[in-house]
Design a protein around this ligand. Structure first.
Ligand code: H2B
Length: 103
């Protein structure tokens, strides 16, 4: 199993992720968090459907809340008690799933 990353490891990966994501990700309560905003509900839910299929395959699942066109996500590896490489991998996957949908 992937281990919990140290604060320094998280900060280095966060900086790298935020180069793709325009600074949208942050760490809050030991979770990797971001809010996505889309054109409407169909785009938001399409994003969630795509990410859900990937999450199930990877056996790594997001915490998230959807209200109309917004999807708020919090990524953490419960088994490890903190943020791991799996959370950064899922965050990158979310970036590509969001990139091809109308904002
Ligand atoms: N998702 C996340 N985000 N963290 C986990 O620790 C985790 C998971 N564990 N998905 C998996 C499923 C585990 O509960 C099952 C039993 O493999």
């Amino acid at each position: 199993m992937t281990g919990k990353l140290t604060t320094a490891e998280v900060q280095a990966r966060l900086a790298n992720l935020n180069q793709q994501a325009g600074g949208a990700w942050r760490v809050e309560d030991d979770k990797l968090v971001r809010e996505f905003r889309f054109k409407g509900f169909a785009e938001a839910f399409g994003f969630m459907a795509e990410v859900a299929l990937h999450a199930e395959k990877a056996d790594h699942h997001p915490e998230w809340q959807n209200v109309y066109n917004r999807v708020a996500v919090q990524l953490v590896t419960h088994d490890a008690g903190g943020i791991t490489e799996k959370d950064f991998a899922l965050a990158m996957r979310m970036e590509s799933a969001a990139a091809h949908r109308s904002k």
